[in-house]
Design a protein around this ligand. Structure first.
Ligand code: FE2
Length: 376
């Protein structure tokens, strides 16, 4: 376990302005939730546990709740053409709408957040069904992304009041994804600092680690990134913005196709990345490829690791070491035809980095794909 001294060594000591217990769920707005749910179940091993829609008394939207260990995704589609969720999907395509956080007190969270400059979306209210109650409230963050604060009062149901439990999922074969490690937001030009300040001011988060564009750049494209984290570091939000390069930054490509800021990737931790990536690949999940040259000097760069270098290379896994240990990671291709949201699989072996040492190798691989799409 980390001590306060560790925290002080690696980052500014943050103090949450209200009690944040962790990530409650991630809600995606998608064009066809039923089919997206099948994809995340079949490909990523999530288990369908809950549903809300016309059959449960909500005539406007259909939502599927998927779970794997501590990770909860909610996929929501509008059913009527007049529903405002359509506007999000037209503008952004399928993507993350809500990074919902478990809080100790939703009223307090909403009050403090809005007093400190967050724009309110939904004032605190109580949701109740026969399994009990939760108190929820929602504030805006970057782009059209929001944070819903969820306070469990006495709820014992499957997800949230209004959702029905679904029969045991015959499809789900878990691939070992445990919890969300970090969620990355892409901002437009020169917007990173404003968003970092938002998280400092509204939540009391602090700068976890930061890079400048010299760290994260290739000949062709570059970006700047600052990571903000809450007090116990369970919530980590790297915030990116494009930086000047010879050709278009991958962040710029995202901003163009997402029509503004939004969630770029969700990193989920596995306790055994080799098994997880092997299972995901067998299920048809497409990952970015890593240049062979990356592996020539890998052992030199990262030293001794528990994993077999050959297995790492066969799966295109990336490895990065910092003074705390090392981490392994791999990125999927975008999860929709727009080059926007993608998924990262990560395994930490003491390492606290986000893959700084891998950025160059990673971006060269991303840029090869960008070039194929004609967006470089
Ligand atoms: Fe990441």
């Amino acid at each position: 376990m980390e001590t306060a001294a560790d925290l002080q060594n690696t980052s500014e000591l943050s103090q949450d302005l209200f009690e944040i217990l962790g990530t409650h769920h991630l809600q995606f707005y998608v064009g066809n939730a039923r089919q997206s749910a099948y994809y995340y179940r079949r490909a990523f091993g999530f288990e369908l546990i809950g549903y809300e829609g016309p059959e449960t008394g909500n005539p406007e939207t259909a939502s599927y709740v998927l779970k794997q260990n501590k990770i909860v995704f909610v996929l929501t589609s509008p059913i009527l053409s007049t529903h405002p969720i359509n506007d999000f999907i037209v503008k952004h395509g399928d993507g993350v709408r809500d990074i919902a956080l478990s809080v100790g007190n939703a009223d307090e969270a909403y009050k403090i957040a809005t007093q400190n400059g967050a724009e309110g979306v939904t004032e605190p209210y109580t949701r109740t069904d026969k399994f009990g109650s939760v108190r929820v409230a929602t504030v805006k963050t970057y782009g059209d992304t929001v944070h819903t604060f969820v306070q469990n009062i006495d709820y014992t149901g499957v997800f949230l009041p209004g959702f029905a439990a679904t029969p045991k999922d015959p499809l789900a074969k878990p691939v070992g994804l445990l919890h969300v490690d970090h969620i990355v937001g892409n901002m437009g030009w020169n917007q990173m600092e404003d968003t970092v300040n938002y998280y400092k001011r509204v939540f009391g988060f602090s700068k976890f680690v930061s890079f400048d564009d010299k760290d994260i750049s290739t000949e062709y494209s570059s970006l700047k990134s600052t990571v903000v984290a809450n007090q116990n570091k369970w919530i980590k939000f790297p915030i990116n913005e494009p930086a000047q390069g010879i050709k278009k930054s991958q962040i710029e490509e995202y901003i163009k196709f997402n029509n503004g800021p939004g969630v770029q990737h969700i990193a989920m931790e596995s306790a055994n990345i080799i098994e997880t990536i092997t299972a995901l690949k067998a299920n048809g999940v497409e990952f970015i490829s890593t240049p062979e040259s990356y592996y020539v000097t890998l052992a030199e760069r990262v030293g001794t690791i528990d994993e077999d270098f050959k297995a790492i290379q066969n799966l295109s896994i990336l490895v990065d070491r910092d003074d705390k240990g090392y981490m392994l990671q791999l990125f999927t291709r975008p999860q929709q035809d727009r080059p926007t949201l993608f998924i990262e699989i990560i395994q930490r072996k003491g390492g606290e980095s986000f893959g700084k040492g891998n950025f160059k190798a990673l971006f060269e691989a991303i840029e090869r794909e960008q070039e194929l799409r004609g967006n470089l």
